[in-house]
Design a protein around this ligand. Structure first.
Ligand SMILES: Nc1ncnc2c1ncn2[C@@H]1O[C@H](COP(=O)(O)OP(=O)(O)OP(=O)(O)O)[C@@H](O)[C@H]1O
Length: 185
């Protein structure tokens, strides 16, 4: 019995290993392809660790549903937002690459731009342009120490910016799809 099973188990292990190797080889090729084609920069984990001072808690700027966001500074002094995906939301390399491919196509003045990514070992990290002011909820609800001056003109330009970003993402938004209620909202 054990004689029969052992070679089989070994063979399966070997197959799994070479499959994974193939996936990594394939994904490295895909990452380079995507990064070259879409102008997405590939960062090493060490580069992002250094940019964020070892993902220092003091550099944490937020937390989303899928990861923690740190402010980082690249050697050329460019500020970036470094989003480290939670272990439980880390996808396989292939799924991550598909997502990078999709996000990298999103280029609009009212949408945050993806600059690069890091796929090293189990790490999945997205690097975005860094925006200077805090999120709208924090600014509106006043949890920042220095809230921006929200004049009506600023508020209206924020609304227009949000609408433009949404319209870009949802190309099928048409005036006839927006139905007003009795209070015109
Ligand atoms: N590019 C950025 N520049 C500055 N701060 C950012 C940037 N991206 C995110 N942040 C900060 O991190 C917080 C969380 O952002 P994140 O994108 O993770 O939120 P999210 O929309 O919940 O994302 P998801 O649910 O997709 O993980 C934001 O509210 C903001 O304070």
């Amino acid at each position: 019995m054990s004689w029969c099973c052992l070679p089989r188990a070994k063979k399966q292990q070997h197959n799994l290993y070479s499959h994974k190797q193939q996936e990594i080889l394939h994904s490295n090729t895909s990452i380079s392809g995507i990064s070259a084609e879409k102008n997405i920069r590939l960062f090493s984990y060490a580069q992002l660790r250094s940019a964020t001072d070892n993902f220092n808690h003091n550099n944490k700027v937020g937390r989303g549903g899928f990861g923690t966001v740190y402010k980082g500074t690249l050697p050329n002094k460019q500020d970036v937002a470094v989003k480290v995906l939670f272990a439980e939301s880390r996808q396989g390399i292939r799924e991550f690459l598909i997502e990078i491919d999709v996000i990298s196509n999103v280029k609009h003045p009212n949408l945050v731009e993806l600059i690069g990514c890091c796929v090293e070992a189990d790490n999945r990290i997205l690097v975005y342009e860094c925006l200077e002011n805090s999120s709208l909820d924090r600014a509106l609800l006043g949890s920042t120490s220095d809230p921006p001056n929200f004049t009506w003109s600023v508020r209206s330009s924020i609304c227009i910016g949000v609408a433009r970003g949404l319209a870009y993402l949802h190309e099928d938004i048409k005036l006839y799809s927006i139905i007003l209620n009795v209070e015109l909202v």
